[in-house]
Design a protein around this ligand. Structure first.
Ligand code: MRU
Length: 355
């Protein structure tokens, strides 16, 4: 399995996702500013991977701080968190990870600076391992929903490259294949950044999972001729009512799936669920550079000066979603009841495990 990101003594090591699939190049971010740039420039991308990269960026910034006491370190810590939080607004995993690192930092107020540095590195490593475990559990939970044999459409890349390993939507597909299901994946190309054709196709092919790339405008036709039995995608933020923000174009796929009676599933770790956001209208949508639309592989493909829209994400209303697959279990409509119920159940499990 590809190593999307990892903590090393020299810094945070990332596979450069802007160079895939033709070049497998790793870059090392030697300070938190470089981690922030890597997130903004999508060298590392995908909600869970962004969150853990940011946590490692915080650990790196704190480790290399020259602060002489907790008070000085706290000022630097705040600046590090501000810089990382300003990179990409939609994936809630980023803010979840920063908050978790902040809570750990505050718990350590009475410790030595060395203890704080060690503990924050440790915390980011635990988040890394927990993300892989969550993907594997989510995969097992969702595999039962996949057809025994048939076509499964996915949009963008919600795979090992978007997480610390295994993937969310692709984790469900991987687990289904491991359970003996005969799945053929249809990967939407996912304009403008091409995460589907460049990244999903790359990692599934590496795993020997049969995959066909289609351009985004082919999805409806594939459904109409019966090639698609289910859709599974990832998420960048899931609101309390079950509305889901995911890569631009996801909404279009969900509407098409409903029209054709095809189940549309969302797979995401609990760190993507944002019960504090009431519905999809309250999810901030990142707007990216028009150059991603006007240029393809460095070549201009639109007339000079043309107006362009480039929202990186859209919102799929909950009524299109057959189930939300998480490591805590599967939520179904009404999501405003099933999502909080999963939250409570997990709290109870943690409490009884700690007794
Ligand atoms: O802009 P990106 O590539 O970071 O967007 C990624 C997606 O939209 C994914 O589907 C989502 O983050 C889930 S990844 C497990």
């Amino acid at each position: 399995m590809v190593k999307t990101l990892e903590w090393t003594e020299g810094g945070v090591r990332l596979i450069d996702q802007t160079r895939l699939p033709t070049e497998e190049i790793y870059v090392t971010c030697r300070n938190y500013g470089e981690v922030a740039t890597a997130i903004r420039d999508m060298i590392v991308r995908g909600a869970p991977a962004i969150g853990v990269a940011a946590a490692m960026g915080i650990a790196l910034g704190v480790r290399d701080s020259k602060a002489k006491n907790y008070h000085e370190l706290q000022a630097e810590f705040d600046e590090i968190c501000r810089t990382l939080a300003a990179t990409r607004p939609t994936a809630v995993n980023l803010f979840w990870a920063i908050q978790r690192m902040r809570e750990r930092f505050e718990q350590l107020a009475s410790g030595s600076l060395e203890e704080i540095k060690r503990a924050l590195i440790q915390e980011s490593q635990e988040m890394y391992a927990a993300d892989i475990a969550a993907c594997q559990t989510m995969g097992r939970n969702g595999a039962v929903l996949m057809p025994a044999a048939g076509g499964v459409l996915t949009h963008c890349n919600a795979g090992a490259l978007a997480t610390c390993g295994y993937g969310t939507a692709l984790g469900v597909i991987r687990a289904a294949v491991e359970a003996g299901k005969k799945i053929h994946v249809f990967a939407d190309e996912t304009r403008p950044f091409l995460q589907g054709s460049r990244l999903t196709a790359w990692e599934l092919t590496k795993d020997g999972i049969p995959t066909t790339v289609i351009s985004d405008n082919m999805a409806g036709a594939m459904m109409r001729i019966g090639k698609i039995d289910a859709v599974v995608v990832g998420a960048d933020r899931i609101a309390a009512n079950g509305d889901v923000a995911n890569k631009i174009g996801t909404y279009m796929v969900a509407v098409l799936a409903k029209e054709h009676g095809i189940p549309f599933y969302v797979a995401a770790p609990w760190s993507t669920v944002d019960l504090a956001t009431l519905d999809g209208d309250h999810i901030p949508i990142e707007q990216r550079s028009s150059r991603e639309v006007t240029h393809l592989a460095g070549k201009q493909i639109t007339p000079d000066g043309i107006r362009v829209e480039n929202p990186a994400f859209d919102v799929t209303p909950h009524r299109y979603i057959a189930a939300i697959i998480t490591e805590r279990g599967i939520a179904k409509a009404p999501y405003s009841e099933s999502l909080p119920a999963l939250a409570v159940e997990a709290e109870l499990q943690t409490t009884s495990a700690n007794r």
